[in-house]
Design a protein around this ligand. Structure first.
Ligand SMILES: *Cc1c(COP(=O)(O)O)cnc(C)c1O
Length: 228
């Protein structure tokens, strides 16, 4: 319990306080990173208190679930920023482009080509989600994402050939390894490409991620409690 803990502490205020402390400890500005509340599997009733407290950045990992929960909430709060952090099938890409403000899971060429076609069809100047490339930092065969050795070529395909803007990189480190080396690798890869967004860090390791340069942390359990 921190010295400042009061009866008004909520998971949101407690998480924000830990986030600010980690940024301060790293010598970073208080606004150098964004908190994305990952509300997957959680009902609208669990999301409402965060909205009431003024929180606006949320993430989901399934298009179908997001399509059931978020259109009404977005209608009620026009400044919500919704992130997709789970795998995107190309046949759901059009729906995802309409629903999400940020797609963090761009992880293969077929999806990049589909997103580029949707962007072209939307036309110049139309709203289009910001994009993060998901990197398979642990080179795990079962996990999606671009392998580090392929990243530069994939980034070139997205930007030069397909005309997509890439805001950053995202990773989900292997569960049975220390996350720090994966976060450091993602930071190095982002610096090499010259992209500024770094989505890394979850409930169990976000302070480590903030110390290594995370600009977006994706927090579920610490805000909403355990999932079923
Ligand atoms: C579920 C999920 C999170 C949040 O994980 P917690 O450990 O509950 O904070 C973050 N990122 C992705 C991609 C997820 O699927």
């Amino acid at each position: 319990m921190s010295q400042n803990a009061t009866n008004n502490d909520t998971p949101l205020t407690a998480t924000r306080a830990r986030m600010q402390a980690a940024l301060r400890a790293a010598g970073r500005d208080a606004d150098a990173a964004q908190l994305i509340a990952i509300s997957k599997t959680k009902p609208v009733e669990a999301i409402a208190p965060l909205l009431a407290a003024g929180h606006r950045r949320f993430g989901e990992n399934r298009v179908q679930e997001a399509a059931e929960k978020w259109p009404a909430l977005k209608q009620a709060h026009d400044d919500i920023e919704l992130h997709l952090v789970g795998p995107l099938q190309t046949n759901k890409a059009k729906e995802a482009v309409a629903l999400f403000d940020v797609i963090q899971s761009l992880d293969r060429e077929k999806l990049a080509r589909k997103l580029a076609a949707l962007k072209d069809a939307a036309g110049h100047g139309a709203d289009f989600p910001r994009l993060f490339i998901q990197v398979n930092s642990g080179e795990e065969p079962q996990k999606s994402g671009i392998e580090p050795a392929q990243l530069a070529a994939f980034y070139g395909l997205c930007t030069d050939e397909l005309g997509l803007d890439i805001d950053g990189l995202m990773c989900l480190p292997p569960q049975d390894e220390a996350a720090g080396p994966h976060f450091a690798l993602l930071k190095k890869l982002a610096d090499e490409l010259g992209v500024s967004g770094l989505s890394m860090g979850m409930s169990g390791d976000f302070e480590t991620a903030l110390g290594l340069g995370a600009t977006h942390i994706r927090i579920g359990t610490a805000l909403f409690g355990p999932r079923e």
